[in-house]
Design a protein. Structure first.
Length: 403
């Protein structure tokens, strides 16, 4: 079996996912093509250089529909003989693209792949695809469906996390993100987004709010309290599933949840022979990957069981891992991960996360792989694990090892 190596990683800066965000006028297609072009230029990819482009995005409708991966290839500098595959594992789509590419290489189905993803949330709204899990009563009632924000509050209630704990994690995410940008830690990976004239549109994550403190967060109302208690009564649905809960403690709000943003990321993955043929030096080996299904109501606990699974599958222990990237979909997700494994908070998201910089759904998994790789190199560490919770109750994880 071949080994799969990461040769390069690029990402766009993340723009605010609103009409006044800097990337609002940039389509998912253009943003994807720019990331593909960046990899091609940086690594001299000419001709039929890779077997496939595997591209994740979570809301595959309108301009993000119709196998965006193939369209992005045609819009980029890549050879038209390279096909494209669009995939959707919700928030883990970008990571799953990386995992699929790695497994293809390990299985002998090609020597090189580009994997990544995109989400332009200012242009294609989250939920606009009308997902059956939410709107089809035959499955929504059976699975005790509640919105993700309610699920995050269920985690907080079930595992005893307070509003102050969630807010403190959010403040720290903002502080770390600012420190990372100030120290130029993302420069190896971030590719400025440019317009058709080559002028820079955005070169830094613009969602960050480094002035955030406990006082400003304390002034925010819980975002999902009314939805749970007053509107369709999602708290009642949740407590039908978990009757031991007397009430749902609503602790999440815009300041301690992931930001809605636009962004894209791409990873160049190949065999040893792929790199040797092009004079490229591998930066990391994809040592293991895993995915799992979990309870669809509490929904966002996936990082814990999928980490247990990947450790068992690879014969490793959590203590073997030097750095973790746990997507900050909601503060309680990261708090639960650290609680479950008694992990030092200093090695979890050391450069901040999606609470500070935003979560472009289909791209985030690939983004955190690049962030993890850069930080392993900066700290001269060996092993890193990236993991995300996933809508409807799933988890995904990847372990990378520096070469």
């Amino acid at each position: 079996m071949s080994e799969a190596y990461i040769y390069d990683a690029v990402r766009s800066p993340r723009g605010k996912g609103r009409k006044d965000g800097s990337l609002h006028e940039v389509t998912s297609l253009r943003l994807s093509a720019q990331m593909l072009d960046a990899l091609a230029d940086r690594n001299g990819l000419e001709g039929h250089a890779v077997e496939d482009v595997i591209w994740g995005n979570a809301t595959q409708v309108k301009e993000q529909g119709g196998c965006l991966a193939r369209t992005a290839v045609l819009a980029s500098k890549l050879d038209e003989r390279i096909p494209g595959l669009s995939i959707n594992r919700f928030c883990a789509s970008g990571l799953e693209a990386v995992n699929l590419a790695a497994n293809q290489i390990k299985g002998g189905a090609g020597e090189g792949y580009i994997a990544g993803g995109v989400e332009c949330m200012s242009r294609v709204a989250m939920g606009s695809d009308g997902a059956a899990i939410a709107v089809d009563p035959s499955v929504a009632m059976k699975s005790y469906f509640v919105p993700q924000g309610i699920s995050a509050d269920i985690i907080a209630t079930e595992y005893g996390f307070t509003r102050d704990q969630a807010d403190a994690l959010a403040v720290e995410s903002q502080r770390r993100a600012k420190a990372a940008w100030d120290a130029d830690r993302f420069s190896k990976t971030v590719v400025p987004v440019r317009d058709q004239n080559g002028l820079t549109i955005l070169d830094q994550d613009e969602y960050m709010r480094p002035e955030t403190d406990m006082q400003s967060l304390g002034a925010l109302n819980a975002s999902f309290k009314e939805m749970g208690e007053v509107m369709p009564g999602f708290d009642t649905i949740a407590m039908m599933k978990y009757p031991h809960l007397e009430a749902i403690n609503h602790i999440h709000h815009a300041g301690n949840s992931s930001g809605i943003v636009d962004g894209s990321a791409a990873i160049l993955i190949g065999s040893k022979e792929f790199g040797e043929a092009r004079g490229l030096k591998p930066r990391a080996r994809i040592r293991a990957n895993a995915k799992i299904g979990t309870d669809p109501t509490i929904m966002l606990t996936g990082p814990v069981p999928v980490t247990e699974k990947i450790m068992a599958d690879s014969g490793m222990k959590v203590s073997d891992i030097d750095l973790f990237e746990v997507n900050e979909a909601f503060a309680a997700v990261v708090l639960r991960f650290m609680q479950a494994f008694d992990v030092d908070p200093a090695i979890v998201n050391p450069n901040g996360g999606a609470i500070a910089m935003g979560h472009p759904l289909g791209a985030t998994g690939a983004i955190i792989i690049g962030t993890l790789l850069d930080e392993l190199e900066r700290q001269d560490k060996e092993l890193g694990l990236a993991t995300l919770c996933v809508a409807s109750g799933m988890g995904a994880a990847t372990i990378i090892e520096r070469v």
